[in-house]
Design a protein around this ligand. Structure first.
Ligand SMILES: NC(=O)c1ccc[n+]([C@@H]2O[C@H](COP(=O)([O-])OP(=O)(O)OC[C@H]3O[C@@H](n4cnc5c(N)ncnc54)[C@H](O)[C@@H]3O)[C@@H](O)[C@H]2O)c1
Length: 360
């Protein structure tokens, strides 16, 4: 019997609504597979906590999370708390403290009707974006000088260390080799004459150890265009923190929206827990209405299971998602359906049981 401990940080807005459905999936798996069990510990951190306690998480929050096998996070941020506080003091704090330097964001078209692009099928949009997740443009380094004065100056410094740059690029080469896919680096060396010239050099340098991997290198502006006009160019993609954040939202746009976009924050060495979360935010415009799409959060469960070494289950969950996407009546309004978040989760659990029986 394998047991995994999971820290739940449902967070704000639709976060708790979608995490509840992901937990439902894990509990269904437990029911079906006598070899697997999970325990859940929930933490109330987020914007409401901030408004009551003056902080986004407990002072020793990082220590409280340290010994879990994984963290399952909903979304953070809500009107009433400045976004830079909610994001930095909870989400980015966890990513940084646990050195979750790899952000894995699959961009995969599950059904042709989900893309606004003309004549694109599943085979045309199937990439894995590997985003640097620990430094770069989100390092939080800079200064705000002469605040409020006419000579006011702000500095936001990108931090690209050799260690940080090399390890993410090496991870991407390894993934491309393992998957037997091409690797594309997205950067901006023509304008960012220190950080991105360095990035390009490291990409080339590390590449010498991987002569079997076919590589491409694009400027981020051209890459953004190709994501829309020609997504089949991309298989495995490696890029910086900011560029990865942006191009994966384009990725979500061409594959059905934020309700279908997932991301895993990985510490590959497993020195610390990794964190699994949908890419979307707390969606205050639909929070509390019961219409949030839980599929992105459920896809995070698939990534979590892969990370636990339970790839068979990871695949069963992903295949079940694919199967569900043809049942429009059982999807949420963002995908053209009328189902509630809870109904999607219930239908998913039903289908998961069917898929498991079929597989055995
Ligand atoms: N990882 C995170 O926790 C994270 C990520 C992005 C934004 N945020 C925070 O979330 C708050 C809202 O940000 P935003 O509005 O820019 O982004 P958002 O992702 O919350 O919402 C953008 C749009 O997508 C829709 N949407 C998002 N998820 C959906 C889902 N599961 N089902 C159906 N529709 C969905 C929303 O209704 C909204 O119209 C802000 O406070 C922001 O800082 C947090």
């Amino acid at each position: 019997m394998k047991h995994f401990t999971i820290a739940l940080v449902p967070g704000d807005g639709i976060g708790p609504e979608v995490i509840a459905e992901g937990v439902k999936v894990l509990k269904t798996i437990e029911e079906l597979d006598s070899e697997l069990s999970f325990s859940f510990t929930e933490f109330p951190w987020g914007c409401e906590y901030y408004l009551n306690q003056g902080k986004m998480m407990d002072d020793d929050g990082i220590n409280q999370l340290r010994h879990f096998d994984a963290i399952y996070l909903g979304a953070v941020g809500y009107p009433g708390v400045p976004d830079h506080i909610s994001l930095r003091d909870l989400l980015l704090r966890i990513r940084k403290s646990f050195d979750q330097y790899v952000n894995l964001r699959p961009v995969l078209l599950l059904h042709p009707s989900f893309t606004p692009l003309k004549d694109k099928a599943e085979k045309d949009i199937d990439m894995l974006v590997i985003r640097e997740n620990s430094e770069g443009e989100y390092a939080g380094t800079g200064d705000w000088l002469y605040k409020g004065k006419p000579e006011e100056v702000v500095l936001q410094t990108g931090v690209f260390s050799r260690k940080g740059t090399e390890r993410i690029i090496r991870y991407a080469y390894e993934e491309a080799r393992r998957l037997n896919k091409t690797l594309t680096s997205i950067s901006k060396g023509n304008a960012l004459n220190y950080s991105m010239v360095f990035w390009d050099e490291v990409f080339e340098e590390v590449g010498k150890e991987y002569p079997d991997v076919t590589t491409y290198s694009y400027l981020v502006d051209a890459a953004s265009l190709y994501f829309v006009s020609d997504p089949e160019r991309f298989e495995v993609v490696v890029t910086s923190n900011l560029f990865g954040d942006i191009v994966t939202d384009i990725g979500a746009g061409i594959t059905g929206g934020l309700g279908l976009a997932t991301g895993a924050n990985i510490n590959p060495e497993k020195d610390y827990p990794s964190m699994f979360e949908p890419v979307h935010g707390s969606a205050p415009d639909i929070a509390g209405k019961g219409v949030a799409n839980p599929i992105a959060a459920i896809w995070s469960v698939s990534q979590m299971l892969d990370f636990f070494g339970e790839e068979t289950w990871g695949k069963v969950v992903l295949d079940t998602i694919k199967g569900l996407t043809v049942e429009t009546e059982n999807l949420t309004p963002d995908l053209g359906g009328k189902a509630t978040t809870n109904e999607v989760g219930d239908r998913f659990a039903e289908k998961l049981k069917e898929k498991w029986v079929e597989k055995r």
